[in-house]
Design a protein around this ligand. Structure first.
Ligand code: CTP
Length: 403
């Protein structure tokens, strides 16, 4: 599906012989409806002149950070905000090392830190440099942070060697970038719950859980990237608010339930990532409980199952649940899928050495009626992107079947 507007691509050209191919890459991107602005490293200007890129992109090309004339136009922070994609081609070994380390010693690496645009890299280097453990470790770091790596290809290299390290052809890079920018959920209203809930015991105390909200926030952002209009109902978290259409802050499961049910009827997709407390204190004390008694017994009652209630609506949105299991992961998750009549469930193996609430990485097994997909251990940001793409695919099929 095509983008509604021109995709704003900031092309960073690194200092490798493949830089000459990036001239054609600008043309290929423009043919595919992208608006392209070019930034070159100092080394890149040794291979191709800025004037060449200015001519093909139709915009001035920037090469240095502290250029008063250029800063008076679109300054580097504006440029960082302008970009929807940061595409670095060719990405040299040195550039990848600086990106992985978070070094900002020139314009391009500074922009890479200052932008929230998704990073795509098209590496190009000698095959021995590519295979070097340092380069491979940097690659893993960047990939783990959600960068998309295109290539490199195998074949004859400029240095005369044969092996992996050749930059992909401009056409392949442009196509891949375009495909990754498709917005399959354009305009689809999505309701998502995230974070823990707090069940009040008295005015100062609550029963809570260890959910960080990270997976839910990352998923809210990934669904937004696919064009969805996301309303996020969140319990208390320490995270910065994600860029969504609507953010609703709640504390208890009952508040979350009310916020969700008020919005569920109109949504196309519901995703329950929240760790909703299954029970709440029967009646929270009006004033602070004093430590008079030697023993204190808490009476708890069941909370409504928000996800099950949404999935039972008629018509029900495409409903996605999460299941954290310590064992019999697939079996238990499939049981929940059926019992709660969900469209999809993402099962999370918790306990032991693997994934879970307080970690930056996770792995999921996603199940639906008649299928499944294992998403291996990766950063929560990357995992969220893969899960969002899977939700979009299944939602479209489900939608097509029901209309
Ligand atoms: N959920 C919900 N409302 C609740 C409880 C859970 O919406 N009151 C949602 C969660 O957001 C998650 C899924 O349901 O998507 C988790 O299902 P659940 O059966 O509650 O999982 P567990 O608590 O792990 O179940 P059990 O303790 O029975 O294994």
């Amino acid at each position: 599906m095509m983008h509604q507007h021109a995709l704003r691509v900031l092309l960073g050209v690194g200092g490798g012989i493949a830089a000459y191919k990036s001239v054609d890459l600008v043309r290929r991107l423009k043919e595919r409806g992208c608006e392209v602005r070019v930034v070159m490293t100092k080394a890149a200007t040794g291979f191709v002149t800025p004037l060449t890129f200015q001519a093909v992109s139709g915009h001035p090309v920037r090469t240095t950070l502290l250029d008063p004339a250029a800063e008076a136009g679109m300054d580097h922070i504006e440029l960082a905000r302008w970009a929807e994609r940061l595409l670095i081609a060719p990405a040299t070994a040195d550039l990848m090392a600086r990106l992985a380390a978070g070094i900002a010693d020139d314009l391009l690496t500074t922009l890479a830190l200052a932008t929230e645009a998704k990073l795509t890299l098209a590496p190009a280097m000698n095959q021995v440099m590519w295979r070097h453990p340092a380069t491979q470790a940097n690659l893993e770091t960047l990939r783990g942070r959600g960068a998309c790596i295109l290539g490199p290809g195998e074949g004859q290299q400029a240095c005369g060697e044969v092996g992996p390290g050749r930059m992909l052809e401009p056409l392949e890079i442009a196509e891949a970038l375009r495909a990754s920018a498709a917005r399959p959920l354009a305009g689809v209203p999505v309701l998502l719950t995230a974070g823990p809930t707090r069940e009040p015991l008295d005015p100062v105390r609550f029963l809570g859980n260890r959910s960080s909200g990270r997976m839910g926030y990352a998923l809210a952002e990934a669904l937004t990237e696919l064009g969805a209009e996301v309303a996020l109902v969140t319990g208390p978290t320490a995270l910065p608010p994600p860029g969504v259409s609507e953010l609703i802050r709640v504390e208890s499961a009952l508040e979350m339930h009310a916020a969700v049910m008020a919005r569920a009827a109109g949504c196309g997709i519901f995703v329950g990532t929240a760790a909703v407390a299954d029970y709440r204190p029967v009646a929270p004390a009006r004033s602070k409980i004093k430590k008079d008694a030697e023993e204190l017994t808490l009476g708890l009652v069941r909370n409504p199952d928000i996800l099950a209630e949404v999935a039972a609506l008629s018509p029900a949105p495409f409903s996605v649940g999460f299941a954290a299991e310590t064992d019999h992961v697939i079996e238990y998750a499939r049981g929940k899928l059926e019992k709660k009549r969900l469209s999809m469930i993402a099962a999370n193996h918790v306990g032991g050495e693997r994934g879970g609430f307080e970690r930056a990485e996770n792995a999921l097994t996603v199940l639906w009626d008649g299928g499944s997909r294992a998403l291996p251990m990766m950063s929560k940001a990357q995992l969220a992107r893969e899960l969002a793409a899977l939700i979009a695919d299944r939602y479209k099929e489900h939608h097509a079947a029901s209309t």
